[in-house]
Design a binder for this molecule. Structure first.
Ligand code: 0A1
Ligand code: ZN
Length: 867
């Protein structure tokens, strides 16, 4: 059956609402009984029947106000239960049976390594019982869980535990009550045996909140960082937004089988264990950062998502864009470093720009959706966060806070739209955001082209801007949007020139480009300047200005804005990578090599920033700069530049590497920065002198006691296929084979092994006992390691890389459609590539599209890619 799209423009408010639901869930792996008692009310004047959503449910009984309905009283399809004759207010009692053990989609109620667990966002509650499964129906939930307490010592749900009793048959019944009305996507249930880390937090008004972190048995020594991050997040939200936690208990459960990062269920967050469990021996600095940001993210959702939720799923960015922005600010404040911004921008440029230019292009507020799970995207999340950040830039921190205050004052307890959010920002600041709203309607990456003119006589400097958004797969006509450009001018020595202009600049020299074209003139400019036009990446756009190499070197060496420095080097290197790929030149000019070397040896540059400044452009970032790519010449050009720079940087990097060694492991910002720069140096050493790097990798692997350094050694041995690569990989496997989360790192390295042997190797790795396609973390590590990071072999000339991925997708289609739809992404980009790659990729997609049981998730994505 071909799936049908739902449209934002078809939104209608619900015909019925549910004020209260009392759920009783009797746990049994293959036959769980779910009884729900709902207080239902008709909304408005109509005589329509009550239509409830429900999937994969075995209906046992339906009763209204205590009266059983026979089969003539209702009708059922695969997806709905319709009850024709209902009053204006009534009690509806429904009993269904479900099979959690057979649920490999990890949506609804399922088993994660023996523990019961739910995932209801976006539309998973309908796999638990019949319901009005939409976010604008807010009910008070009471949940009674019945099960064997010896098997499931912890039976958890949202809110506060209000009762616990032993039943006559030996089972235990635990009842939870959530005082806050909520949409069903925030419902959660967990039952299992865990180790518990407990702590508490005193809120700014003096209330005590119990904090509980549930982890798999034996993992308590990996739970402290998550707990500390939670307390930091709670304090941060009070300080920055005046937002306090609102229940007496906050629970976090870490599970091994989870499709995404984590889920903000009210009072009971469920986390992918990857974003909870960490200690120095088993986790990298990057893992710790990920934990801090995801713990923060889910906590911040309590206000931006739960207290104020979405009217419908098209408004997903209302909660996600805003909450990503909040977690990014939180991480920036915790690390106090400019490099967070660089790393956030890198995600936009490598991944979001690709989505915006590809078959799945959609605005941050999509207008048409077939499978909602396909819209948990970098566009909705990360571009959504950039859109919120632009409002923050335009309104300033105080103005943004005023807008947030008004938003909560107006909408606490409601299900609202993105427009309601923008309206609050606008009203609180009397700031016109009418043009700005385009960001919610238009897909595609705006391109701003800039020319300039310096008049030495009048000492004036003029910048001419024009903007244009290319047509996207979903929309052809685009209008001009509101683009904040944070500008700086620099003289030849790199000194900043004060900005004098009649044009209106907001706080921090931000110019609002509102029309298709506009000009700004600056006075008292004594020499022709070098402009920085998008400081801090003030808008998620592509900026075109014909910089000279010398201007870019000036910005790279002197600009006070870390992002601009990084961006300048990236632009310079990208320019020559393309020239080499196109056969226009074969070398990097000496002044650029010298410039990069000057940065590497500059003792003033903070280590974390230096590590970023020494990065080569990513393949994805480069691919996003052009319409069509001949991939192998591009990869070869990157190798040429890498080798050239490496031989120039070798001595400097070797010296730096030695200086950066730390006697013992610490997890503070400075130590992390040193490890990151040290890894970057090791990479350059490996590119210049593999045998020397091999020795260093072996020494680093054997002498360090922390995962960050060991994985750095392994990553470089793997990327440069150094002599010790196989023996280090074997050692690692021996040591960690029983630890799935750690083996994810190894699986990922196997996937991106830069070696001709990688194909035979993949088959071997798939046969390992710790590799399971049913576990999303395992599947993603190996599959995305290969297809999203191993460019040379994924794009192998004979198409075997594409075929390998297509086989995995076909298997995952029936196991876990959501994961299949994510992992197929590299194939869907086929139009970007020249022949023969494009045809080979397309052929694989066509085969997948023929599958008889193709999921809705894949139908939407493959259909759009081929369409
Ligand atoms: N709201 C969660 C993300 C999430 C979405 C869907 C899921 O399963 C289908 C799971 C989690 C967040 O933003 O953290
Ligand atoms: Zn979120």
């Amino acid at each position: 059956m071909t799936a049908k799209a739902k449209l934002l423009s078809d939104y209608r408010s619900p015909e019925f609402t549910i004020d209260q639901i009392d759920l009783t869930i009797e746990l049994e792996p293959q036959a769980t009984r779910v009884t729900s008692v709902m207080q239902v009310r008709r909304q408005g004047r109509h005589n329509n029947p009550l239509v409830l959503e429900g999937e994969q449910l075995q209906l046992q009984s339906v009763a209204i106000d205590g009266r059983m309905l026979d089969a003539t009283g209702y009708s059922q399809t695969d997806t709905h239960l319709t009850i024709a004759e209902v009053g204006d207010a009534f009690e509806l009692n429904i009993v269904v049976m479900i099979n959690p053990q057979a649920n490999t989609s990890l949506e609804g109620l399922y088993l994660s390594d023996g523990a019961f667990c739910t995932q209801c966002e976006a539309e998973g509650f309908r796999k638990i019982t019949y319901y009005l499964d939409r976010p604008d129906v807010l009910a008070r939930f009471t949940t009674t869980i019945i099960g064997d307490a010896s098997q499931f010592p912890f039976m958890l749900s949202n809110g506060n535990q209000v009762a616990k009793q032993q039943l006559d048959d030996g089972r235990t019944a635990v009842t939870w009550q959530d005082p806050f009305p909520k949409p069903c996507y925030l419902f959660a249930l967990v039952a299992g045996d865990f180790d518990l880390l407990e702590d508490s937090f005193q809120t700014m008004s003096g209330r005590h909140v119990t904090l509980q972190l549930f982890v798999d048995k034996g993992n308590l020594d990996r739970a402290d960082y998550a707990m500390a991050s939670l307390k930091n997040a709670m304090a941060w939200d009070e300080q920055v937004y005046g937002l306090e936690y609102d229940l007496d208990i906050y629970m976090v459960v870490a599970v091994d089988f989870f499709n995404m990062g984590a889920m903000e269920n009210k009072g009971l967050n469920v986390f992918n264990s990857k974003y909870v469990l960490a200690n120095a021996r088993s986790a990298t600095d990057q893992d710790f950062n990920g934990i801090e940001s995801v713990i923060g993210h889910e906590y911040f959702h309590n206000w931006t998502g739960n207290r104020v939720t979405c009217r419908d799923w098209f408004q997903l960015s209302l909660k996600e864009g805003l909450t990503v922005f909040r977690d990014q600010c939180f991480s920036e404040d915790m690390t106090g470093s400019a490099v967070n911004r660089i790393d956030d921008v890198a995600i936009i440029r490598s991944h979001q720009f690709a989505e915006d230019a590809g078959p799945m292009a959609h605005p941050i507020r999509p207008q048409s959706v077939i499978e909602m799970n396909n819209f948990y995207t970098v566009t909705v999340y990360n571009k959504g966060a950039e859109v919120i950040r632009m409002m923050h830039t335009l309104l300033g921190a105080d103005g943004f806070r005023r807008g947030m205050d008004l938003y909560f004052e107006r909408h606490d307890g409601q299900a609202v739209t993105c427009d309601d959010f923008v309206q609050a920002m606008e009203d609180a600041n009397a700031f016109d955001l009418s043009r700005f709203r385009t960001w919610y309607q238009q897909a595609g990456t705006p391109e701003v082209s800039v020319t300039d003119h310096y008049n030495a006589e009048t000492q004036t400097y003029t910048l001419n801007f024009s903007q244009q958004t290319p047509a996207t797969a979903d929309q052809s006509d685009k209008t001009a949007t509101h683009i904040p450009l944070r500008i700086g001018l620099y003289d030849d020595t790199g000194a900043a020139i004060p900005l004098n202009t009649e044009a209106k600049l907001t706080d921090g020299n931000v110019y609002s480009l509102l029309t298709e074209s506009a000009s700004v003139t600056f006075d008292h400019v004594k020499t022709a300047p070098t402009p920085a036009l998008l400081k801090g990446f003030s808008a998620p756009i592509k900026l075109n200005y014909q910089y000279s190499d010398v201007q870019l070197l000036t910005l790279a060496q002197h600009c006070e804005d870390g992002f601009t420095r990084w961006d300048a080097i990236q632009s310079l290197l990208a320019r020559y990578i393309w020239q080499i790929a196109d056969g226009e030149t074969s070398t990097l000019p000496q002044n650029i090599i010298d410039g990069v070397l000057a940065i590497a040896s500059d003792g003033e540059i903070e280590a974390a920033l230096k590590a970023r400044l020494l990065q080569l452009p990513t393949v994805n970032g480069l691919v996003n700069q052009r319409q069509q790519i001949d991939i192998h010449p591009l990869l070869n050009a990157l190798d040429v530049i890498r080798e050239q720079l490496a031989s120039a940087l070798y001595d400097c990097c070797l010296a730096l590497y030695q200086q950066l060694q730390q006697p013992d492991y610490q997890l503070d910002a400075e130590s992390i920065a040193k490890r990151s720069l040290s890894a970057s140096c090791l990479g350059w050493i490996a590119a210049a002198n593999p045998p020397a790097a091999d020795q260093l990798c072996v020494a680093l692997y054997n002498n360090s006691d922390n995962m960050t350094e060991q994985l750095n050694a392994l990553t470089i041995a793997n990327r440069f296929d150094l002599a010790s690569r196989n023996s280090l990989m074997d050692q690692f496997e021996q040591r960690w084979q029983d630890d799935g989360l750690v083996m994810d790192k190894w699986l990922n390295l196997q996937g991106c092994w830069n070696s001709e042997q990688c194909f035979g190797n993949l088959a071997k790795v798939e046969g390992k006992p710790f590799f399971k396609l049913t576990n999303p973390n395992r599947a993603r590590s190996l599959i995305a390691g290969f297809s999203a990071m191993n460019y040379r072999y994924f794009h192998a000339q004979d198409g075997s890389g594409y075929q390998w991925l297509a086989e995995k997708i076909q298997n995952l289609n029936s196991i876990n459609p959501q994961i299949a739809a994510r992992l197929i992404n590299p194939l869907t980009q086929w139009r970007k590539f020249t022949a023969p790659q494009a045809d080979q990729m397309k052929a694989q997609l066509e085969q997948i599209y023929q599958l008889s049981d193709l999921s809705k998730d894949l139908q939407e994505i493959v259909g759009k890619s081929l369409g």
